[in-house]
Each structure stands twice: as C-alpha cells, then as structure tokens.
Design a protein around this ligand. Sequence first.
Ligand code: PGA
Length: 254
Amino acid sequence: MSRKPIMAANWKMNKTHIEAIHFVEEFRNRVEQKGLNRSDVVICPPFTSLRSVQTVVDSEDLDVAVGGQNMYHEDAGAYTGEVSGPMLTKLGVKYVILGHSERRDYFQESDETVNIKVKAAFRNGLTPICCVGETLREREEGFTNSKVEWQVVHSLANLTDEQIARTVVAYEPIWAIGTGKTATAQDAQDTICVIRTVIRDHHPDVADQVRIQYGGSVNPGNVDELMAQPDIDGALVGGASLDPVQFARIVMFE
Ligand code: PGA
C-alpha cells in the first residue's frame, strides 16, 4: 500500500501576517515542483496569518495546503476567543492540527477534548492531524507503547472507517519537540508501527491507508533517514519550518 507523504509546517505562535507572506514567497523560490508533487505540503500558521498565506498560495498557484493549529468543537456561539471549523473551511483551510502536546499540556486538552474536535473537523470537511506522543519519563519507564495506544484509541474513538482512512496521525515524542533531540529513525519507525497496529485492531480494513507522520526536531539533516523508514509517511515540523530554505529542503527529502 503506497501512501502519499505529508509534510506539514507547524509555525506555532510565530510570524506576523507580513512575515508569513515573505515566508511563502521565499519558499516558492526555493522549492522544486517535483518536491511539491511527491508529497502533500501543508503550512499551519497562526489564525491571524491564514488568510494571507492562503492568498499568496492561490495567487502563485502553489501546490500547498493551509492548515489550522487548533479549533473549537462548536460551530458558532458565545465562546470568546475561539475559532470554529466553518470559519477555517471558509478561508480555504484543509487541515487542522489537533491534540498537539503543547495544547494538551498548556491548555489542558484531554483525549476526550481532542476526540470531539476531531469529529468537529470531519463535520466541517477538515482533515485532522491528530498528535500523540510520550514524555521522557514515560519512555524511560517503558510506557511509550501503552501511552500512544491509549491516546490513539481515545482521541480517535467512534469514527467511521472512512474518517479513519483520511485521518493523519502525528507521532511526536514530547522529549524530542523543540529540543534538538530526535528519536532515532528506528525508534520512530517502531512506535509508528505500534500506532498502525492499534488502528488495525479497531479498523482492520483501512489501517494501511492512514498516514502517520513523525514530529520532533525534524530538520534538513535528519529528514532523509526518517523518510527512508517504511512506515514514516511524513513529518510535522516546528522550528525548522520557520525558515523557508530549511522547510523547502525538508519537503525535497531524498
Ligand atoms: P519541532 O516541533 O520540530 O520544533 O521539534 C515539532 C512540533 O511540535 O510539531
């Protein structure tokens, strides 16, 4: 089963909309079309830059999709400060990162919260990029597999086969995020296999279609080895995605 790789930039809370426009223009100059053809490439800027990024992508006819970094599970209402699925869809957004470890940690998002957001994303025609991963302590104590299995089962509960097939899972070991420490390609491959196996237990007919990314200090120096692993279907890139030259190189992995 061949799965199209998906390379996503997670800018987190970085870049004004002006800086975002400059990024896309520079990225366009650096990336080769064959890199864009081979993978689905997604840029996930802060909400304030979604419109600007989408406008430049459209006007340059660039093969890049735009994603949100979060959304609320209700479609509208008295939820000061929140952004809904229909608002994202109307801006041309195609993907939404859900359950990132920073959301789980700093904003108390549980697997149950992530699950209702995943359902809201599908209700609005958005593809969720659902993040899971263990802490350093969990890894050292031998709980990596049980932690990610639990997160996958509960974050993706009660979805149809068709929805599961479209879901993107991002395996991001928390100790590797923003630290410069990457899981070895083999460790990432092994845990991603565990994730696929648990998906297969619940959705045997479509588990092979689910794209599973690795995230955590992905950069131009390690992307080739990571992408050479048979079960790593792409990368969710934080720090290195802020630089258009580095992100272009990541997209053009060998
Ligand atoms: P990083 O972030 O590449 O800076 O480690 C990845 C992420 O948090 O998605």
